[in-house]
Design a protein around this ligand. Sequence first.
Ligand SMILES: Nc1ncnc2c1ncn2[C@@H]1O[C@H](COP(=O)(O)OP(=O)(O)OP(=O)(O)O)[C@@H](O)[C@H]1O
Ligand SMILES: [Mg+2]
Length: 357
Amino acid sequence: MVSVRLENVTKVFGKTRAVDNVSFTVEDKEFFTLLGPSGCGKTTTLRIIAGLVEPDEGNVYYGDRLMNNVPPEKRNVTMVFQNFALFPHMTVYDNIAFGLRMRGWSKSDIDRRVREVAELLRIRGLENKYPHQLSGGQQQRVGLARALAPQPEIILFDEPLSNLDAILREQIRFELRDLVKRVGITSIYVTHDQAEALVVSDRMAIMRSGRIIQMGTPKEVYERPNSVFVAKFLGIATILEGRVEEKSDEGYRFTLAETGHTLRVAHSFVEPGGRGFVVIRPEYVTLLRKGEEPDENTLEGRVAKATFLGSTIDMNIRIDGIVLRTFVKATEMEIREGMEVRVRLSPEKLVVVPPED
Ligand SMILES: Nc1ncnc2c1ncn2[C@@H]1O[C@H](COP(=O)(O)OP(=O)(O)OP(=O)(O)O)[C@@H](O)[C@H]1O
Ligand SMILES: [Mg+2]
């Protein structure tokens, strides 16, 4: 097993900087995700790692080995595509054995290795079935078994779940992470689905127009986005303009442009005196109950819209000129549209990001 390092990697197609000065390190056995909208350069980055695309600039290392001049077939890496692309006319056994036969393994070595990976991925007994006879989850495991059979050091996933229906996709992503972690292999996973990225990743990089905008654990990036783009891309947020005032031990003060309210916020990517946007996720907004004392981060408003979602109520709360979005547990309190409410914004969770350039 091995780490993967990209150092200032750039790839230009005509006028498009598909990958623009990208650097990151994926640690040995880490599950690392590239997340970003369509066309941001995710697949190109994977193909550069696999050796299928030659970068114009920069270096790719597997561990300490510089890989730039190593052809793809000499790199001990495997790439998995949409739906794991099983061969429909081959049995499970033949699907798993395919890459080993291509590499000229002996029949007895192939037998042993197919049994080994089938055991690891808990698909023993399915060897004589065809892909259409398997459930979606079983197909995924066979696909993974096929990718792992030749004992790659690195596995690259390019949106492997994107063709599955929403329910199956949601079930399968938990299992995918577990399986990959059990095998213990360095994994780089590409997706444009933020929920999927949060579930599967040890760490993730958010890409936009060929560049990496932010990197971190799912929790770090979700809770402390460094830009409006990342805040919006990763989950729901109300994003309000304003100005960062002075800094103190407790963080910063931030004045909302629209209402003139001043809030305490713990984190800011903008220096005092600068303009920025405060990111307010729904779960950072709590309703005050009768008798609870307001503090400096308490605002008064009215429920503009309340939508019953089953377990929660999705609310828009109008406060002077602004609208905050929040969710409350449906069992927690009686909510009516038009009712007056007081909301508190958790200062320790609030973060100010710079204006978009
Ligand atoms: N072989 C190529 N020739 C010309 N342009 C290319 C080539 N491959 C990719 N591009 C361009 O480079 C940019 C990045 O493409 P890439 O396929 O890496 O994006 P992506 O993030 O994987 O997108 P998606 O989510 O749609 O798969 C796009 O603008 C694309 O049109
Ligand atoms: Mg792609």
